[in-house]
Design a protein around this ligand. Structure first.
Ligand SMILES: C[S@@+](CC[C@H](N)C(=O)[O-])C[C@H]1O[C@@H](n2cnc3c(N)ncnc32)[C@H](O)[C@@H]1O
Length: 216
């Protein structure tokens, strides 16, 4: 039986030291190619105006942009400290991304502003995922695509141990466990989607995570 969710945070990652550590971690995930970008492209995410929800230090959207060359890349991030890293990293990539301080449950964008919405590793921190799914629907243009990826809570303990031990820097390991405990299962996500405007989405699971993809 899967243990009940334990909420991790409703405020994103705000602490300066934690943010700096997360940047090192996300950079190492990027270097290993473990960022879910190929899966996002396989789900149908292509160019146009792309929004990344909860970009953190920005590597996922920046790696996607390197591959699909979108018209624009925008990030909506709740943590000012993370925004400083995403801006620095976009400059390093030479990509003119725009990062906006905002909460994905009430995004500071007009209706139908984007051709694609992506997000990785952020969903388990959203206070009200149904509200966030409805916001993603609202800011997408008709025909626009979304792909939201995250951890899943029902991974077995062997996989958990393998990933725990390979997580670097090792100071990030406790955070991996709290994020896993806050993550959803596929059936929980299906139940939430059913009550949202993304109810037609397809949910799939892989080695360590889940993916929600579809089209408006
Ligand atoms: C675990 S990090 C993942 C960062 C990045 N997407 C990655 O894969 O490396 C989750 C990010 O989502 C942000 N976040 C959490 N709740 C949010 C919300 N309600 N609105 C916008 N961003 C949020 C956090 O501040 C953090 O930067």
């Amino acid at each position: 039986m899967v243990k009940a969710r334990v909420i991790e945070t409703n405020e994103g990652i705000q602490n300066e030291v934690a943010v700096e550590m997360f940047d090192v971690f996300a950079r190492s995930m990027r270097d290993k190619g473990w960022n879910g970008v190929d899966g996002m492209i396989a789900s149908g995410i292509k160019g146009g105006d792309v929004l990344e929800v909860g970009p953190g230090p920005g590597y996922v959207g920046l790696e996607l942009a390197k591959k699909i060359h979108p018209t624009s890349l925008t990030g909506c991030e709740i943590s000012p400290a993370m925004l400083r890293f995403s801006e620095k990293n976009a400059a390093e990539y030479g990509i003119s991304a725009r990062y906006v301080l905002g909460n994905c449950m009430n995004m500071p964008f007009e209706d139908e502003s984007f051709d694609a919405v992506i997000s990785n590793g952020s969903l388990h921190e959203w206070e009200n995922p149904i509200c966030a799914f409805d916001e993603i629907f609202r800011v997408l243009r008709t025909g626009g695509r979304f792909c939201i990826t995250d951890l899943r809570r029902d991974v077995n303990s062997l996989k958990k141990t393998m990933v725990y031990l390979s997580t670097k820097p090792k100071e990030m390991r406790p955070g991996l466990l709290t994020s896993l405990n806050a993550a959803y299962t596929v059936s929980e996500i299906n139940a939430l989607l059913y009550r949202s405007k993304l109810h037609h989405a397809t949910v799939s699971s892989d080695f360590f995570g889940l993916s929600i993809a579809g089209q408006k």
